[in-house]
Design a protein around this ligand. Structure first.
Ligand code: ADP
Ligand code: MG
Length: 348
């Protein structure tokens, strides 16, 4: 480590502070895809198309048919802490959106080139679509160009000015793998939305947006899963409503990445909840195997704190113990009734 020479206490120049903050939100290409997907979902999109080239370093493009961005607001969407989702800190107690920090687009625009093209839903013929381009945290260009209602965000040259991040980024195949996992997850969490993911022109994920979770499971894993998954529903009428599907023993996987848990529509990583649901499977799965499942947990908005980590994948639940125990119990209950099947199926 180089020798440290203390400087007098001083405020970091904005550009430096922003590039540091960007690193917390945008760790690798999949983080960009996640933020753009969440924005599309927050905009009420019914159809989301994702295009990836070169593992996301060459191009990430997310197109939606959501409510769009008014032309008067387009210049500001890449400004840090600019959001249309909350007004006060108290709004976090009844959050209805996935985003709330107003940080994602600003972060992406700091470490890449971003073009945002949008047309507001219900805008007339005289109100065309507009676009702006940001690069390295600077607004570069803007213009008008026709397009259907909705928003397209195109990100190129990711990490061009962050050499350390660029060298940390793995081969396109690895980054693509993370992106496929993410899109599958959201397509399961939002079975009513049509998703498509093209990796270098190859269609990797495609769902119909039928609203039926069992259909989405089949579309995503390309298997007739119906007899291998068990529906689960539970609620205490107060702290939680639990819904979803549990893959049985036959679908046991060697990694935890097939555990899809959503809390109020947000895909979350929670050690405590994950352990609770794996406990529900205990004795049913061989050692070292993990379940395939998709669970959506609805809890009162004021009983969940999502403001824990920049990536917003960690949450704190007020009734964590109650919910964890309920999860274990509900899963056990369902699995005890499920039929046994012969062969094991492994996904790539
Ligand atoms: P946040 O989602 O926390 O508000 P972002 O930086 O992700 O912050 O986005 C900033 C703002 O840009 C959003 O609040 C929203 O108003 C607008 N926006 C971004 N993406 C879209 C989209 N796909 N459709 C409509 N509005 C969008
Ligand atoms: Mg956002």
């Amino acid at each position: 480590r180089p020798a440290f020479v203390r400087t007098p206490l001083h405020e970091l120049p904005t550009a430096v502070a922003e590039r540091i903050a960007a690193g917390e939100v945008i760790e690798r290409p999949v983080s960009v895809v996640k933020e753009l997907l969440e924005n599309a979902l927050d905009a009420g999109a019914q159809d989301i198309r994702i295009e990836i080239r070169g593992g996301g370093l060459r191009l990430i493009r997310v197109s939606d048919d959501g409510y769009g961005i008014p032309a008067s607001e387009l210049d500001a969407v890449c400004v840090r802490h600019t959001t249309s989702k909350i007004v006060s800190f108290e709004d976090l107690e009844h959050l209805a959106t996935l985003g709330f920090r107003g940080e994602a687009l600003a972060s992406i625009a700091t470490v890449a080139e971003v073009t945002i093209q949008s047309r507001v839903r219900g805008s007339g013929d005289e109100d065309p679509a507009y676009w702006i381009t940001w690069r390295g945290g600077q607004l570069q260009e803007r213009g008008r160009r026709a397009r259907p209602e909705g928003t397209t965000v195109t990100v190129t040259d990711l990490f061009y000015n962050v050499p350390a991040r660029l060298s940390y980024t793995r081969a396109a195949r690895t980054e693509n793998g993370h992106i496929v996992q993410l899109v599958r997850r959201y397509a399961l969490g939002y079975a009513g939305v049509r998703f498509s993911l093209a990796l270098d022109e190859h269609m990797a994920v495609q769902t119909s947006g039928s609203g039926n979770l069992a259909t989405a499971l089949t579309e995503i894993y390309h298997l007739a899963l119906n007899e291998m998954v068990q529906e689960i529903q539970a609620s205490d009428g107060q702290h939680y409503v639990l819904r979803g599907y549990l893959g049985n023993r036959v679908l046991a996987q060697s990694s935890r990445q097939y555990i899809n848990l959503f809390v109020n529509g947000r895909w979350v990583q929670s050690r405590i909840l994950q352990d609770a649901l794996e406990r529900g499977y205990r004795s049913l799965l061989p050692k070292g195997k993990h379940p395939l499942l998709v669970l959506s947990l609805e809890v009162p908005a004021h009983e969940v704190d999502v403001n824990v980590h920049p990536a917003k994948t960690e949450v704190h639940l007020l009734q964590e113990t109650v919910i964890a125990e309920a999860l274990t119990r509900a899963i056990k209950g369902v699995l005890e009734r499920s039929p046994a099947l012969p062969e094991a199926v492994q996904f790539p």
